[in-house]
Ligand binder design. Structure first.
Ligand code: UD1
Length: 367
């Protein structure tokens, strides 16, 4: 019985690193389809290599384009592969355009959609990710919710069937890599000339920040101020940020190309504070017990905010430097992260396997 998995962007490679082996352990054959949404070595191959993922069976090399064109190209290319491979179901992860295209292509062919990281809501439809989440959830037959709030969100939208609490796959991957992260600590810090708990780690890639020049300018200003206040900033710069941040061009700010998974985890773990607009990095910072300021108006990871594991900058745009310095000084005060009774990847693989075995996925209608 084969299952197709659609990946395309960095966080999806991370999640597949846990779920793909679990699917194999359940006896399922996986057809890994990479849309090519991320294609730079740093954004894609570095993750496949670093996380031990097999080469995808298909790389659709869709690349970048405006949202409609990118999603449309993916839809066409994914549909072609699914019609040829005829998998029993299609797994999609998270909230990117690859997620949406995978869910649409599968459901138009009558193939069951399995959504990992279902039910998250920022309640802000200006974010392309929010649209991707909502549509994908409404097209899915099995919805793996990482949090209790996600389940409530789905119920509020009338989705009760097929919802399974799985926990957060990203935590599981981190737990597995923690010994390696510890072992690499000294080497990675030395590479960037940094000392434990004496720098800020930042990433900025969400459209609401990068495509809004005044807002981006504010962020740059805040980071410069942070460095001027004595907290050097390490900034792996996403390729979508066309501003050129040559090394040492801004005193105290060290810009690097995007970094692979392992050094990123070391740098998150050892930072005094993390400033990010990434959904994945805010969770990873919380896992490492590093204070984190979320450079957004709101987060879809409500528990992290409610339980004090992250602080959302929100409307306090003029306060970012002050907030970050305060967090760096105070340290992390969130409660311990939840312990799952079952590994999220196992929960997912087992539920998919059981659905296949009991015929829940039998209504395959590829023409
Ligand atoms: C995408 C997801 C975002 C996710 C992020 C993870 C959508 C709408 N956004 O954002 O939710 O958090 O991935 O990293 O799906 N580019 C390159 N090389 C690459 C990839 C991108 O140069 O390998 C540049 C291109 O200029 C491109 C821009 O980055 O136009 C944006 O890439 P895109 O994949 O559209 O969005 P991300 O910002 O990466």
């Amino acid at each position: 019985m084969s299952i197709a998995t659609i990946v395309g962007a960095r966080p999806q490679f991370v999640k597949a690193a846990a779920v793909s082996p679990a699917l194999a352990a359940e006896g399922l054959t996986e057809i890994l389809i990479h849309t090519g949404q991320h294609w730079d070595w740093e954004m894609s191959a570095a993750f496949f290599e670093g996380l031990g993922l097999p080469e995808p069976r298909y790389n659709l090399r869709v690349g970048s384009a405006p949202h409609g064109a990118q999603t449309g190209r993916m839809l066409e290319a994914i549909e072609r592969v699914l019609m040829e491979e005829r998998p029993a179901a299609v797994i999609v992860y998270g909230d990117t355009n690859s997620t949406l295209a995978g869910a649409l292509a599968a459901s138009k062919l009558g193939l069951p959609v399995v959504h990992v990281e279902a039910g998250l809501r920022s309640f802000d439809r200006r974010m392309p990710e929010e649209i991707n989440r909502v549509v994908t959830d409404h097209l899915s037959q099995i919805l793996f919710a990482p949090t209790e709030t996600a389940i409530k969100n789905l119920l509020a939208e009338g989705i009760a069937q097929g919802v399974v609490f799985s926990g957060d796959v990203m935590f599981e991957v981190l737990e597995a890599y923690l010994p390696t992260v510890e072992a690499k600590k000294a080497e990675v810090l030395a590479r960037f000339g940094l000392r434990q708990k004496s720098y800020a780690f930042t990433t900025v890639h969400r459209a609401e920040n990068t495509d809004d020049p005044p807002r981006l300018q504010d962020i740059l200003h805040d980071l410069c101020q942070l460095a001027a206040e004595g907290l050097p900033v390490l900034w792996p710069v996403h390729p979508r940020l066309k501003i050129s941040l040559a090394q040492d061009s801004i005193p105290g700010i060290q810009a690097t190309p995007p970094l692979p998974y392992l050094p990123t985890q070391v740098l998150l773990r050892e930072a005094a504070v993390v400033l990010t607009d990434s959904g994945g990095l805010q969770r990873e910072a919380a896992f490492h017990g590093t204070p984190c300021l979320v450079l957004r108006d709101r987060t879809e990871w409500k528990e992290l905010e409610q339980e004090g594991r992250v602080v959302v900058a929100g409307k306090n745009r003029g306060q970012v430097t002050h907030l970050a310095l305060g967090l760096a000084k105070a340290g992390f005060h969130g409660p311990p992260l939840p312990k799952y009774t079952e590994r999220p990847s196992l929960c997912i693989a087992r539920a998919v396997q059981e659905s296949l075995a009991n015929g829940r996925f039998s209504e395959k209608t590829i023409p």
